[in-house]
Design a protein around this ligand. Sequence first.
Ligand SMILES: Nc1nc2c(ncn2[C@@H]2O[C@H](COP(=O)(O)OP(=O)(O)OP(=O)(O)O)[C@@H](O)[C@H]2O)c(=O)[nH]1
Length: 626
Amino acid sequence: MPPMLDPGSHPGATSPERIRNFCIIAHIDHGKSTLADRMLQLTEVVDARQMRAQYLDRMDIERERGITIKSQAVRLPWAVREGERAGEPFVLNMIDTPGHVDFTYEVSRSLAACEGAVLLVDAAQGIEAQTLANLYLALENDLHVIPVLNKIDLPAAQPEKYAEELAHLIGCEPSDCLRVSGKTGEGVAHLLDEIVRQFKPPVGDASAPTRAMIFDSVYDVYRGVVTYIRVIDGRLDPREKIKMMSTGAVHELLEIGVISPEPIKSTGGLGVGEVGYLMTGVKDVRQSRVGDTVTINGKPATEALGGYKDPKPMVYSGLYPIDGSDYPNLRDALDKLKLNDAALNYEPETSTALGFGFRCGFLGLLHLEIIRERLEREFGLDLISTAPNVVYRVDLEDGTEHIVTNPSEYPAGKIGQVYEPTVRATVLTPNDYVGAVMELCQGRRGQLLGMDYLSADRVELRYTLPLAEIIYDFFDQLKSRTKGYASLDYEPSGEQESDLVKVDILLHGEAVDAFSAIVHKDKAYNYGVTIAAKLRGLIPRQQFEVPIQAAIGSRVIARETIRAIRKDVLAKCYGGDITRKRKLIEKQKEGKKRMKMVGRVEVPQEAFIAALSTSDGTDGKAPAKK
Ligand SMILES: Nc1nc2c(ncn2[C@@H]2O[C@H](COP(=O)(O)OP(=O)(O)OP(=O)(O)O)[C@@H](O)[C@H]2O)c(=O)[nH]1
């Protein structure tokens, strides 16, 4: 359906005074996608027949898990309904932001493309950790914030109470907090009017050399890379030669347009303040990176817009096909995913235990889990992933520095200092659980930075924590110790020197690389004992005694033993039935194929899988939701 009303009638000809660029920020599950759906309906860019829940979350994985991974920008024509400007037409560009900490950089770029943010808070839940984190990000980007309480249709909603809290937080009056229901649509038209009234129109210099900021970049199998941009200065017209300022790469602009909610080509290009997409035929998102500045090759801008950052992996894990012959398929699948994900890194590696695979770098655990799931689901691969680890910096006494992304590559020389990455975590919890949260954070080597009461019963705790301590089960622990009431948000905050050691697990004297781990000195013993005990239960007895040892360097810290057995499959086969004997021998051979040799020890592949998948007690998985 064509948009009913489009001021200036075409993209490219809309005057900046008629444009409002905004985003919705919220804690997960506070109803951002549902509200966006109502806005699509009210502005009639999607009619009731086409409407499906969470229209903008296109990827299947997104819909199933209810999380938004890739941001989108939608152009919404809106005629003001009430007040002084009633009847005046505007263009609202709604920029959807991903909500998870792994994608904070993408959130910050989406915010930079807006003048205003709608801060959405569930009226039955109140402020949560991500409400705060997103609010701070919005304020850092100088955005005007409209506080909105959502889900007022719920019987448990307490809009009065949370309006007070919200007003206190952002320094406004409780009556300034709007009230809506994304479910019933109540209050949404008024919110759209307020977006026009309160947010500023974009400003930019129409005659200056063109500068447009990339805030998202998505690979599409049919169209190649689709890049989402906001024009800051000048304009972009079809068929122009554009230049990416961070790399200097020049591409021809094959198509430019807006999304409303499907792509609509713009023959008039895009002018100051407009938000839309462009396509150049490039096949790889790394050539069109989030945060980069697009300019015109013939008349380039001299200075790029600020804020460009290379995505840096924070968490590493080895991915191995369970069936070794899938290795080439895994490589092809990773190559394909990389087209859409500038933050995914991988390098081939070999493990004595697991064979050929890849060491992959991710933004965080959720990112890891999403990639793993896509590999399994979209490419039909069965994978095993090693326990995730962070990146360590090791200074040796001989003055050399090593960046360690794989524990089995820990340098052998005399270690000087070891540094590990840290995060600044914000935990929001009801008063009653402060003790439990503090105990958990201290157990994870956290340092309390500060504590504030947001209201009589809600406390904000700020900690510095080693990233390695929160990537496993921290979130699950936090939830279980606070009966689900606490929420968590964190951001990288540099590194710290720590007392870390590498623990090796040896089978019959041979180190098994897949189980090497870098852990804090105080936790090394525990790690060694747990893994050794687990392996003893998983590895069948051999014809000789097999010691399982955990060691730091040459010092053994834990030991288990698998006793010897003489496995004579023919022992029970009395009499002379030769065919039966043959069958048994054949069967034993089959079994041997699935065994891996570690030194002289035969280990069934399943033992590695079982030990790895539970080695951290969390199945190596991130919490799907925060
Ligand atoms: N009763 C009621 N339920 C709502 C309302 N808005 C959203 N919900 C429900 O709240 C849940 C979360 O809503 P979503 O729109 O998926 O939340 P979201 O913030 O987009 O979630 P993420 O994409 O995971 O960040 C869903 O089950 C919605 O049906 C509302 O106004 N009233």
